[in-house]
Design a protein around this ligand. Structure first.
Ligand SMILES: [Zn+2]
Length: 354
């Protein structure tokens, strides 16, 4: 032990402020856009660059911020329009910013890919929708082309099967995608951190109690009334739709029943719109009621089940037989084979011979 005097946290902060006021604790930043960070870093280190180079750098940064701004403004406008629409139609669901939280047990999940996202959206339209004919959707800007392609195809399928009249998908600029669902998740996370939740039902309860006005609504996958099924949308659409070329360049996708098969795309809000036909030639969509095949969750493997039972279950409040979480696996415990060769220290780290 070093023989230093300990100071209280407040004293430490006071000394810090006095001695090194230029060193700050990074704020829990909402803007962590890697592009912005790079621009700011480069500009602040631009001392040795020519005027021209500095100007170009500044121009690129301004251009990036402009794009982020126009996409955010578009999102805000759409939200306002949507709120007005809900007020004029006196709708009783999701009208005042209600948010449905899909809660999936680890053993029931089928991965986090396109099929899952589209299956949840499909469930939302079927069970939480208001029977609206025109939908305006904002997507989180996940850079995964595959996910977005399946999503756009799903939109087209809804239109071509008469489920919607028009659908619009929009994205904000990557890195600048904070939007109101994140705020609702934040509310729940605050509640959840101070809750004891050992079962999914208890997690659902923490969601329900996380907003004072009941705006956060839990939706369990195996809800008896609103059961969620996972479908293989990706394979289903493969037969009918082509890939949308350079999909990652676009931030707006619009489709309507007047132009079946055609997606109207725009790079940014102010860009020119162009039509792209994604329908494969000579292909007919199947019957309106035909759905893709259902994906059955694989469940947890033996190693994971035993890990949860041995390592996690002891932390639960009540470890009697009535506890549903981390139950005793019925499958035999897999024995872990350790290759003695691999356990050996690599030569460079081995202790020197005496
Ligand atoms: Zn940025």
């Amino acid at each position: 032990m070093l023989n230093y005097r300990q100071v209280s946290l407040s004293e430490f902060k006071k000394v810090w402020l006095e001695q090194t006021p230029h060193i700050l604790i990074m704020k829990p930043a909402t803007d962590l856009c890697p592009k912005c960070q790079r621009y700011v870093h480069n500009i602040s280190n631009a001392g040795n660059l020519s005027e021209e180079e500095k100007k170009t750098m500044l121009g690129e940064y301004t251009c990036h911020l402009d794009k982020a701004k126009q996409q955010r403004e578009y999102y805000r406008e759409r939200c306002l329009l949507s709120k007005e629409l809900f007020q004029t139609h006196d709708l009783n669901q999701t009208e005042r910013g209600e948010q449905v939280f899909y809660l999936v047990d680890e053993a029931e999940e089928v991965g986090k890919g396109a099929n899952t996202v589209v299956s949840l959206l499909h469930h939302f339209f079927e069970h939480w929708g208001n029977g609206e004919k025109d939908a305006v959707l904002q997507m989180d800007n996940c850079a995964r082309q595959n996910k977005n392609n399946t999503m756009i195809r799903y939109g087209m399928w809804r239109i071509m099967t008469g489920r919607h009249r028009s659908i619009e998908f929009s994205l904000m600029e990557a890195g600048h995608t904070k939007f109101s669902p994140d705020w609702h998740f934040g509310l729940w996370k605050m509640k959840w951190r101070h809750s004891t939740a050992e079962t999914l039902d208890e997690v659902a309860e923490s969601v329900r109690r996380s907003s004072r006005n009941g705006h956060n609504i839990p939706q369990l996958i195996n809800d008896a009334e609103k059961l969620v099924s996972f479908y293989d949308w990706t394979s289903f659409f493969e037969a009918f739709f082509k890939k949308l070329p350079s999909i990652s360049k676009f931030h707006h996708f619009r489709m309507s029943e007047e132009s079946p098969g055609v997606v109207f795309v725009k790079a940014y809000r102010s860009s020119a719109e162009k039509p792209i036909n994604i329908l494969k030639k000579g292909q007919q969509l199947p019957n309106v009621d035909t759905l893709p095949s259902v994906i059955t969750p694989k469940g947890l493997d033996a190693a994971r089940q035993w890990y949860l039972y041995d390592e996690i279950r002891p932390f639960c409040r009540d470890t009697s037989d009535s506890l549903q979480s981390c139950p005793k696996p019925v499958c035999p415990k897999p024995c872990v084979k350790i290759d003695p060769e691999k356990r050996k220290c690599p030569k460079q780290f081995a202790s020197p011979e005496m």
